[in-house]
Write a protein that binds this ligand. Sequence first.
Ligand code: G1P
Length: 274
Amino acid sequence: MEITKAIIPVAGWGTRMLPITKAIEKCMLPVGKRPIIDYVVQDCLAAGIREFIFVVSEQSSQLEAYYRSNIHLNDYLRRKGKEDMLPLIAPLKANMHFVTQPSYGKYGTAVPVALASDYINMGESAVVLMGDDFMYNPDGSSEVARLIAATPAGECSILAKEVPHESISRYGAIVIDESGHFREIVEKPRPEEAPSDYANIGKYVLTKQVIDSCATIAVSPRGEYELTDAVTRFAQAGGAVKVVPAVGQHLDGGSLDGWLHANNVVCNLIKHNQ
Ligand code: G1P
């Protein structure tokens, strides 16, 4: 079955970017002239995604405002003879749902995915992508399209990249057995205990079964409800999980260093193409 839906959790407070994230939603921080989330959304559109389920915080309004039409701004641009700019502010040509994640509830990546499960039909799969980091392909190719193409029907997949050994503690480490099959993801291991240097980038194709199972995940040793535990549980019950090597550059806007780097990469390319 074709994959046409994306679940995008964006409810995090963005504490690593405070105080700006007190008033600007983390996924709306700018990279170049666009918010971070738009790099995720455009990659999805290029992959044939036509329905977005954004899992937002109770206070979220900017994300929706960005993707809806702004009649006053449209009128202003027309009055000023700047019609050529209208495509820049066109509303998103896809179905959008906004699901609210309560700020006092459970915490962890499995929580928003479970909240979105009603939007996914039986037998269907969806892509799940975090909204504050993205894969950057300057050639315009779609990482999500590659991930979907690499996922056989009824199976799950996970995008991965090799990282320097000392950095693996920032990621889930992917364990692959001798015959090349995915076994588990170990969240944020200390480098000396890491089972691999193969990092989960947090971009998945998941079946309805795995998405539903996020509601019954047990709390992890680090006190969170982990999406990666749902993926591991699926694999340990005999489900196939494909580990797909990332092609593009992984840019992360959720920390100051990551945000600066993302802006350097993207802005340099914008300037170069001008
Ligand atoms: C999540 C995942 C982790 C992954 C990371 C990628 O962690 O749980 O496996 O490596 O995203 O950014 P988080 O950064 O939400 O703590």
